[in-house]
Design a protein around this ligand. Structure first.
Ligand code: GDP
Ligand code: IMO
Ligand code: MG
Length: 437
């Protein structure tokens, strides 16, 4: 039975949540394998909107298991809030529907404070992080001083770990606060210990050896959907470093971040908007700081699902999509928000860059080069028709069909899904990735 990874092919917010919710019907479980509550995944079902930050986007389907893998960094208070909000709406009736890896690392208050104060200290060269403590938590993990979900369930060990880590974090915070002219936050061991022990007790029923659980499911032939967060160009190795997040967002990490071997993965589906957006700092060659960029933001409602920040908007970048196809091994592409392009007379697709007078067709490795490139565009005629009612490829206006076909040619990846609205039903699924070929 095929297992499928869903990956953002751009800078995040491509519509991964929508596609995962749609595909969950064909899977038995959905696994988040990296990132944390920097993610904001939006699902709209029958007009009702749900935004998820940590719980996998399969949770609206009763009977489908949702797993938060070891590669995720968990803010336990946010997770409890998300669980409670879902339960209040009649979802997650059965606690067995949610599993959290005992090896997932925890975000503590000092991680969030360090994230925010470091950003302030960066001034004009700030990354524009979400301020959720993601980077500092992954740093502690790699530095081998992190605190994991399993530690929350063991008060003696938790006390020891907090006693070790909190004074070090406060030392750094003291310097950063002095620079910012701010008061040093009051954080004390007993208070943090009490808060996080209580959160641990609350989350205990969900904490398991997720790797063992998933490997048993693989052996039984279960179909697994892996849900990427962020996007390829935000990957800490393959993105526009240093303007990236602190985890690997590419498909290869689906195995590492869930505790399975790479042989458990069969197909990788990339998600791309029909144009491009980015939140936060860093290079963005096809960015439009004009009326068209403004129109995309307005019509596409391009405001962050996590921080509410306006997203930067621009034309589709084929160089980025080819790169995403390469580093993820994309099998197919879901093209979302095609409806947002309705009414634009002429559309532009970037298929190459001009770097200092030379035409290049691959993404430059250095972010300063990428910041300098000029996109080389090809123009295509647009369409006026609204697309929200379209349910088959044939119903698309001719110019929209041409646009989709050109995206396939430029990216080298077949478009297997076209999304024409935020609602689950506003989708044309051309090829089901769970169907064996
Ligand atoms: P994710 O982080 O990749 O899950 O994406 P977000 O939820 O952050 O952002 C995608 C936004 O676009 C959300 O508001 C979705 O409801 C919305 N959306 C997804 N697909 C479509 C589509 O085809 N058309 C329109 N108009 N909106 C869409
Ligand atoms: P989803 O899963 C868009 C961006 C931030 C910032 C950079 C680093 O909803 O697509 P971080 O807080 O991770 O240290 O911030 O990454 N970023 C996202 N942008 N969508 C996301 O998630 C993002 N998660 C992080 O804006 O530029
Ligand atoms: Mg998002």
């Amino acid at each position: 039975m095929p297992n499928v990874v869903v990956i953002g092919a751009q800078w995040g917010d491509e519509g991964k949540g929508k596609v995962v919710d749609l595909l969950t019907e064909h899977a038995q479980m959905v696994v988040r394998f990296q990132g944390g509550n920097n993610a904001g995944h939006t699902l709209v079902v029958g007009g009702q909107k749900t935004v998820l930050h940590l719980i996998p986007s399969g949770i609206l389907h009763p009977g489908k298991t949702c797993v938060i893998g070891n590669g995720v960094v968990v803010d336990p208070a946010v997770l409890v809030g998300e669980i409670d909000a879902l339960k209040a709406r009649g979802f997650l009736k059965d606690d067995a529907q949610l599993l959290i890896s005992d090896n997932a690392h925890v975000i503590f208050p000092w991680h969030k404070l360090l994230d925010s104060f470091r950003e302030k200290a960066r001034g004009g060269s700030a990354i524009g992080t979400t301020g959720r403590g993601i980077g500092p938590s992954y740093e502690d993990k790699v530095a081998r001083r992190g605190i994991r979900m399993r530690d929350l369930l063991n008060p003696d060990r938790l006390r020891k770990r907090i006693e070790e880590r909190l004074p070090q974090a406060l030392e750094e915070l003291k310097d950063l606060c002095a620079q910012a002219g701010a008061d040093v936050p009051q954080l004390e061991v007993p208070q943090v210990l009490a808060e996080f022990s209580a959160l641990g007790a609350r989350l205990k029923p969900y904490v398991h050896d997720a790797s063992l659980y998933l490997s048993e499911q693989v052996r039984r032939g279960a179909r697994i959907l892996f849900e990427g967060a962020q996007g390829t160009l935000l990957d800490v190795d393959h993105g526009t470093y240093p303007f990236v997040t602190s985890s690997n967002c590419v498909a290869g990490n689906a195995a590492v971040g869930s505790g399975l071997g790479p042989t458990a993965i069969d197909k990788v589906m990339g998600i791309s908007k029909a144009y491009t957006t980015r939140v936060g700092g860093g290079p963005f060659p096809t960015e439009l700081n004009d009326a068209i960029g403004e129109q995309l933001r307005k019509v596409g409602d391009e405001f962050g699902a996590t921080t509410g920040r306006p997203r930067r908007c621009g034309w589709l970048d084929g160089v980025v999509l080819r790169y995403a196809a390469r580093v993820n091994g994309l099998w197919g592409m879901a093209l979302t928000k095609l409806d947002v392009l309705s009414g634009l007379k002429t559309l532009q697709i970037c298929n190459a860059y001009d770097l200092d007078g030379q035409k290049i067709t691959e993404l430059p490795g250095d972010y300063e080069d990428l910041a300098r490139v000029k996109p080389i565009y090809e123009s295509m005629p647009g369409w006026d028709e609204k697309l929200a009612g379209v349910r088959t490829f044939d119903e698309l206006p001719e110019n929209a069909k041409r646009y989709v076909r050109r995206v396939e040619e430029v990216s080298g990846v077949p478009v297997v899904c076209v999304s024409v609205g935020a609602d689950r039903g506003e989708t044309v699924l051309l090829q089901n990735p769970f169907r064996a070929e």
